[in-house]
Design a protein around this ligand. Sequence first.
Ligand code: HEC
Length: 458
Amino acid sequence: MTSTWFALIAGSTLALNAAAATVTPFADNNGAIPPASEYKGPLFKLSHQYPSNVPAPAMPWRTAINNGRITTQNAGAYAQALKDAVGKDMMVLLQDYAHWDAAQRGWYNEPWLGAKREAIHGMYVGGSSLDTSLFAASGLTKPITTYVLTYYDKTAAQTLKNVWGTTAMTPAVTPRTTQFPEGSLIIKAAFITADPTVWPVMTGSLVWPAYITTNATTGEFAKPRVYSTYLMQFDIIVKDSASAPDTGWVFSTLVYDRNVKPGANGVWDQMVVLGAQWGNDPLVNSTKDPHMPLTQNWNNPAAPAYGGATFGWGERLSGPNDGAMNDISFETDGNRQYVKNAKDSSCMSCHSTAQWDVKNPKVGMQSFLLPLMTHLPSDSSTGSPYLNSPAPGSPDWQRWFQNRKGDVPMNAGSVAADFDMVLTFKSLPLWYAATSKTPQLLNAIDRTGKHVADPTAK
Ligand code: HEC
């Protein structure tokens, strides 16, 4: 392979291997600790004493829809119940960090990401640079970097135990170990580098200090510094095969709304449900029938406009942190077209690619996250940096918009990972890169197909 992508990936993976001696599965951070002159508060502690034999949890979100199926009518109530279910713990994490003890409250982190985590909150880069053109309407004036942090609740963390055991050195990736128990909750917070002067929608949002290197807003990528990051998005997903039998999951997300007055719960009250998705609506071809309504997706009309600016294909749910709009090129009738900011994904489209080829860990995920004609983001012959995409709405494209249960892989021969993207796109590639001498192909690409600088490279 001679593509630029391969050269970039191979280069940074060599650097990672050079630093492999210091890469351990349960490292708290990347080793860069802020000096006391910049930050004096608590640092992130990885929570990895994964539990087992946890009793089945109460599921108030099911009660919220009378134990029926989730629909476009009741999805708002369902998402609100999810928000309420995690609220007590998440308010401590977000607003009272000195008293946050994840293990004591039953929340856990995934292994192998230490080399990517900044020291203060354990966040790592979600999207290295989101373009101002995505959020021009809401007044974004500089590009942003997003930083994310994921926690699994104690029900979900049993799956981390099944896959990683106690050492995380020899993962067991099988159709059984990867499945999450009913009622599993996983959350992901996303903070961004744009302050309110750069993007007015962030006015009044929660500020977290982070000791970071990559900052597209200031244009600095070299030296770690304590920067302010601003809470933008908060995902909550749940395994619920009773409410959502087609996929077994409901994906929902909240976004910060400066126009909501904070009540007793502070900024948590200002996190507004953006929507919920429980399937990809495979029967709705949104390119051919742009007005055909979705039946497995609900977008909240009351959410702030910036939140919906980056909805995915046919307005399927996706949040401003998620990269569901990308620059793509594709062929129709022998002509190659180039489209900037094309809507080519959604929460569940992207997550339904979570799978691992156990026999071929160098490749790992046999299909990319986004619709692609090639295995990886491709070379200049197909118009890189535009992604070489199937034509929107074509049968090849539709492969990314099917409903599969979490134990059915996208590619035969791979193990499906029950929609868990951290596992197949981050933890397993990092485990493989650290424990073998062979480059892992996904390791230095972000979810939009862009090359990501490796923090361990220097
Ligand atoms: C274009 C791809 C893409 C889209 C769209 C996307 N995600 Fe993800 N998501 C990822 C990747 C990659 C990860 C793992 C790495 C990381 O944390 O950034 C992830 C991680 C997560 C996690 C942590 C647990 C897990 O399953 O890995 C949650 C929760 C999550 N996403 C929820 C959502 C929700 C809710 C939406 C829609 C509002 C969404 N995602 C849209 C790619 C995507």
